[in-house]
Design a protein around this ligand. Sequence first.
Ligand code: F0G
Length: 402
Amino acid sequence: MRYSLRCFECKEEIEDQRAYTCENCGGLLEVVLDLSSVEAERVFDERSPSVWKYKELLPVDREPITLQEGGTPLYRCRSLEERLGINELYVKHEGMNPTGSFKDRGMTVGVTKALEFQAKGVICASTGNTSASLAVYASRASLPAYVLLPSGKVALGKIAQALMHGAKVICIKGNFDDSLRIVREISKNPDFYLLNSINPFRLEGQKTIAFEIYDQMKGIPDAVVVPVGNAGNISAIFKGFLELRELGVIEEVPRMIGVQAEGASPIADAFEKRETEIEPVERPETIATAIRIGSPVNAKKALNAIYRSKGYALKVSDDEITEAQKDLARVEGIGVEPASASSLAGLKKALEIGVVERDEKVVCVTTGHLLKDPEEVLVVCGTPLEVEADVRAVLRAMELEN
Ligand code: F0G
């Protein structure tokens, strides 16, 4: 695959393949693929979906570090369709990836690039999932991994993964935005390859969500609803759809709808004013700790995706998030962590305000698995009952006997 790096903002070509931002203007970078020699029919063939099914569309020149990521289920949700009064609703459950989140799609590419660049170690800031995924792929690549987390604000399942897979886990007395600022500084040293979503190669892996949606639906939906934190994923999925259009596989791209939590909503706020730049939120707060981010690094890319696709950005409350989480779990059997449920909560709102019409076909992306955040479950569902070890007591607890 022939490709180059380009500044997303000033469009300058970037020589240094390991750069994270543009030397001239400080802008975000993007990978530009030469799609002229790609045979789309060969790529989108009968092989079952997975990230590396689309290797012809990925900027990688060596054997990948892989755990068979991608190929996640796309569930038709008929019960929720009925409840919400929408024609066709699908959930793309990214929690079914090897480490339980969509980050694996990016890490399989990103850690493979780290080896290609002969980095001595990999590093990231994280609200949890990125650190878990980085730890796992780094262990498979025999690279040391260093992860910075906001102390006390990362779900237990994610910390457990990062620890068990051998990353050096450092909790800082600050939030995610502080953590990212610090790792960006540290990764000026070329020994450390930075694998946050500012890394343009990581987003290449994540764009395969768009390819899979197309493959699994044999077409595209009217809208794709995505939880937004650091804003890499919505940008990556949009890029995937743009490439499908460039290849002539699809004619139009779906509307990209980004959803943020009310306490951490700089992108939804910017969209409300139809601006292209965000005003950072100083002290972000939400039960959806994965998207507890006040200054999303990919904000410009995400807003571009939203405006260019004629999409929308909105925010939902913590109560709306937990209600949607329960709906997915109890009505459809789909277990997701709070941040993931914001996509369904966002869709409900989008239907109410007419941003999505009831006769449309929509995909909600659920980004992480329920088991990531068991502590939140106990908060919103309560702890289990404990009774004496006898039949009467249990029947009483079952509310079958007084
Ligand atoms: N959903 C989950 C479960 C996440 O972990 C994240 C991001 C997002 C949504 C938002 O994706 O940042 O691309 O807009 N988690 C990052 C992390 C920040 O460190 O794990 P985004």
